[in-house]
Design a protein around this ligand. Structure first.
Ligand code: ACO
Ligand code: ZN
Length: 441
């Protein structure tokens, strides 16, 4: 694509050497205004330039007006022709450089500031070059643009992942009394390829293409809560344990649903290996899922949680912290330490950091005398590495007289506790009736 400078030169030249009628007309117009009004000439040059760059190529970097009314730098991820539109009538799927991928969206041409187009990158050529040889600098650059807790994915797997999942397929879902905008791509079976909206039964999680199908289903579906055992009830809050082996379809449906809100997680089709802990708010109509976490039946890496999700309408109410706390209560019952599966998402990391900070600092505040990381780990079931990184990030580990010590100045602890946010909903351990998986068989 030509730069603005080259185009200006061409434009001027065109006034003398136009080869077809259209170019001559544009050229003549520019010549005319160039003699009378410099500003008008710039406007025409700019308009001409815009026309030649349309439709924008995938890979183009440009400024885009977001919902806050301001312009933000984006990259064009995909484009599609508008139905019934002319040759250049496209809409564009863009990624905002400074935001998480969940905010990627289809935008209209009017939202793009074409004067800001930087370069046009041929994705395929770029991909080839990158896969042939990636310098350390390039690799770091790619990694740095994806700092949302995905640092453990190498640049190559990240590219592969993003290529495959680049455009959100399902835009909205209906679940119970909510219509929810989705965040990411989820690999629904091919027969749903043309769907942009899906209708879920909130109890068995079967999904359908049309509202009428869901209504018909609801008249027949006799579930009023997730399948499996209710292992916790406190007030209106209930937790159900669903064995993926015994409830395969439910487990798969839950994974399809959850993937719409989880980015860097592989969808496991082999749900047999997992237990799902589904948290519900219960009323006289039934138990409505607010979120869940999954857990491998046997984890060699001492993971006590594979994926965690609070459905968007229920987020920021403390359910995430409840689910995290619950996963550690299960670990305590198993007599093991646990850690969440990596990579953590941006929101996952925030929630875990908050949870770890609160639990550890509460103990440090109350504890008299020395305490080691190992003791903290035994008390909380939090893996020692996670304790260390949490305390280090709060700068509470100090090197004194030749050894590492935990700083427990009450004022400093209070300051950090305040910054860690609200405590979330508490797990009332007395109300948890559960035996670890291996003991059930
Ligand atoms: N913006 C800023 N901070 C946030 C946000 C947000 N949108 N969401 C959560 N936080 C932080 C806050 O510190 C919050 O505490 P506060 O409300 O007291 O300030 C804390 O995280 C957790 O808040 P909760 O209300 O307890 O958590 P929530 O119910 O919102 O669930 C969760 C958190 C599960 C991470 C949710 O955001 C979610 O489902 N996200 C999509 C899926 C996901 O990313 N899961 C984690 C992937 S990693 C893994 O699965 C191992
Ligand atoms: Zn159903």
């Amino acid at each position: 694509m030509v730069s603005l400078d080259t185009l200006t030169t061409t434009e001027k030249g065109a006034t003398h050497t136009s080869v077809n009628g259209q170019a001559a007309a544009v050229g003549a117009g520019v010549l005319y205004v160039a003699e009378s009004n410099g500003t008008q000439m710039e406007i025409d040059v700019s308009r001409r330039r815009r026309m030649t760059m349309l439709p924008l190529e995938v890979g183009t970097r440009v400024l885009c007006r977001w919902r806050d009314g301001k312009y933000h730098a984006v990259k064009v991820i995909e484009r599609r022709k508008l139905p019934g539109g002319g040759g250049n009538d496209y809409e564009y799927y863009v990624h905002y450089n400074e935001f998480n991928r969940r905010l990627d969206e289809w935008v209209k041409l009017e939202q793009l500031d074409l004067d800001s187009v930087e370069t046009v990158v041929d994705e395929k050529v770029e991909d080839k070059i990158t896969s042939l040889k990636m310098t350390r600098h390039q690799k770091r650059k790619i990694d740095e643009t994806h700092v949302e807790g995905h640092e453990e994915l190498d640049a190559a797997s990240l590219r592969e992942h993003e290529e495959f999942t680049k455009v959100k397929n399902i835009a909205t879902i209906e679940l119970g009394r909510y219509e929810i905008e989705t965040w990411y791509f989820s690999p629904f079976p091919p027969e749903y390829n043309e769907c942009t909206k899906l209708f879920f039964c909130e109890f068995c999680l079967n999904f359908m293409k049309r509202k009428e199908q869901l209504q018909r289903h609801m008249r027949k579906c006799d579930l009023k809560h997730p399948p499996g055992d209710e292992i916790y009830r406190s007030g209106t809050l209930s937790m159900f344990e669903v064995d993926g082996k015994k409830n395969k379809v439910y487990g798969q449906n839950l994974c399809y649903l959850a993937k719409l809100f989880l980015d860097h997680k592989t969808l496991y089709y082999d749900v047999d290996l997992f237990l799902f802990y589904v948290l519900c708010e219960c009323d006289d109509r039934g138990c409505h899922m607010v979120g869940y976490f999954s857990k491998e039946k046997h984890s060699e890496e001492s993971y006590n949680l594979a994926c965690i999700l609070t459905l968007p309408p229920y987020q920021r109410k403390g359910y995430g912290k409840f689910l995290i706390a619950f996963s550690y209560e299960l670990s305590k019952k198993e007599g093991k330490v646990g850690t969440p599966e990596r990579p953590l998402s941006d929101l996952g990391l925030l929630s875990y950091r908050g949870y770890w900070t609160r639990v550890l600092l509460d103990i440090l505040k109350k504890h008299k005398g020395n305490i080691s990381i190992k003791e903290l780990s035994d008390m909380t079931a939090i893996k020692a590495e996670d304790i260390l990184t949490t305390l280090q990030s709060l700068e509470l580990i100090q090197y004194r007289k030749g050894q590492h010590v935990i700083c427990a100045d009450p004022k400093v602890l209070d300051r950090h506790l305040k910054a860690a946010g609200r405590g979330g909903l508490d797990v009332d351990v007395c109300k948890l009736i559960w035996t670890p998986y291996k003991e059930q068989n």
